[in-house]
Design a protein around this ligand. Structure first.
Ligand SMILES: [Zn+2]
Length: 447
């Protein structure tokens, strides 16, 4: 057994405790003890140790868009044009390189578990690869290489809108019908570090009649199911015009809103939507840095919490990869809306960043430091310029409100050290990102 000794650790509540030893057996936590002095031979984790942090909503290849979509302003839809231009070029090789580098950036920034909302399934023109799950396999291989725990949320994507078929690059996303989607994903298997889940890309991309088919597949597997929900007002208006229901109402009508469901974004919800989500035991995943980047609005975090909805967090478009920035945005955006402080306590933000995300991704046995749970944890150094002077009782709040991913010093996933002294143990992340992004954009657009 490997003993770790944490100078400070967050075990729940709003403050950290000093001197905690964690014994790991295989990929699980075997023992947690208060221990003021480091036991002989223990690996010291200096700073504040948090449980594993979950990125509950990611599109890894969007990392290649960073900095490239701001010229001339634009809208969500012009941003999407850039995203489609990148999606059109990706091959299994360039996707593997880009996703590996992106996941390595996540791990180095403190994420230990990622939910990859995966929709780039097929070759250009919608042609199936010899292995129809070639691209899902690429994502799993990237997560393995980067050392991050993965939930592969395989997204059903069938149409280009309420009134039109998939077209152009969207053909790479589409399985033509829900049975084609279900047949393909049914061959994907869970492993000790990868779980397979389902996604309804959006109510734009999955006809109402197909939603129940995605839910039925995920129900049979006991797997999580996610959907982009009410990211923009235009999406709500189009859904109401086409179906008479809000996106949440439509998903509820077709049985998708269970305690395995997570609504991603959930930015523009009605009171009725929140009631339905809350009564179904569903979760919501806010993506504050992406909503900010795209100008999509501020998610109603306090109203969702009041409705009894668990909140998770995701980096989505990778505009920023920083678990602390997402967590503090939950509170700081709520302060701007309400003109009050203290809408969420530090412990509540930490839960959103850790166990709520793990649960949303189908890992209820992770995201906390406790006996029997997955041995995933993250240590944030307190001696850098951002956090120097922090004392024990204030450490959790200082980290949540002021740390950046660059303050992460050590990361352990499934009992294995993945980051040491602030660096990924196997990957030069900056170099890997630069090479992968250049290769992805250099590839020709298929005719
Ligand atoms: Zn998304």
């Amino acid at each position: 057994m490997t003993p770790y000794w944490c100078e400070l650790a967050w075990l729940g509540g709003d403050t950290a405790v000093a001197g905690v030893s964690i014994e790991v057996d295989g990929d699980r936590i075997a023992r947690v003890d208060r221990c003021p002095v480091a036991p002989a031979g223990a690996e010291r984790l200096t700073g504040l140790t948090l449980p594993g942090l979950a990125n509950a909503h990611s599109h890894a290849f969007h990392r290649g868009l960073r900095g490239r979509t701001h010229h001339g302003g634009g809208t969500f839809w012009t941003w999407r044009d850039h995203m489609y231009a990148l999606a059109a070029r990706l091959t299994p090789d360039t996707y593997l390189e880009l996703a590996t580098a992106c996941f390595a950036e996540m791990v180095e920034s403190g994420y230990t578990c990622v939910g990859e909302f995966h929709y780039l399934h097929h070759a250009p023109g919608g042609v199936r690869y010899a292995d129809p799950n070639e691209m899902g396999g690429v994502i799993a291989a990237a997560a393995e290489a980067a050392g991050v725990r993965l939930t592969l949320l395989d997204a059903c994507y069938l149409t280009g809108g309420f009134d039109r078929p998939a077209d152009g690059v969207q053909l790479r996303f589409s399985d033509a019908d829900v049975d084609g989607w279900a047949g393909r994903v049914s061959t994907l298997r869970d492993t000790s570090t990868v779980r397979v889940g389902a996604a309804v890309h959006s109510v734009r991309a999955v006809p109402a009649a197909a939603i129940a088919g995605v839910e039925a597949w995920s129900s049979t597997r006991g797997a999580p199911i996610h959907a982009h929900v009410s990211e923009q007002l235009a999406e709500n208006a189009a859904c109401i015009a086409a179906t008479g229901a809000t996106p949440t109402g439509l998903l509820a009508e077709h049985g998708a809103l269970t305690d395995r469901f997570t609504a991603v974004h959930a930015t523009h919800l009605t009171d009725g939507d929140m009631e339905v989500l809350g009564s179904g035991g569903a979760a919501c995943c806010l993506c504050p840095t992406t909503e900010r980047d795209l100008g999509d609005g501020i998610g109603p975090a306090t109203a969702l919490a009041t409705a009894g909805i668990a909140l998770a967090l995701g980096s989505d478009s990778q505009a920023v990869i920083d678990p602390f920035e997402e967590a503090r945005a939950m509170e700081l955006d709520a302060r701007l809306l309400s003109m009050h402080r203290g809408m969420f306590a530090p412990g509540e933000l930490a839960v959103a960043a850790s166990s709520a995300g793990y649960r949303s991704l189908g890992w209820p046995d992770g995201g906390a430091i406790d006996v029997g749970l997955l041995a995933d944890f993250v240590t944030v150094g307190l001696d850098g310029s951002r956090l120097a002077g922090t004392v024990g009782d204030d450490a959790l709040a200082a980290v949540l409100f002021s740390a950046s991913g660059s303050d992460v010093r050590d990361v352990v996933v499934g009992g294995r050290r993945v980051v040491r002294d602030g660096r990924h143990v196997r990957i030069d992340v900056g170099r890997a990102l630069a090479g992968a992004i250049d290769a992805a954009w250099s590839a020709p657009v298929p005719g």
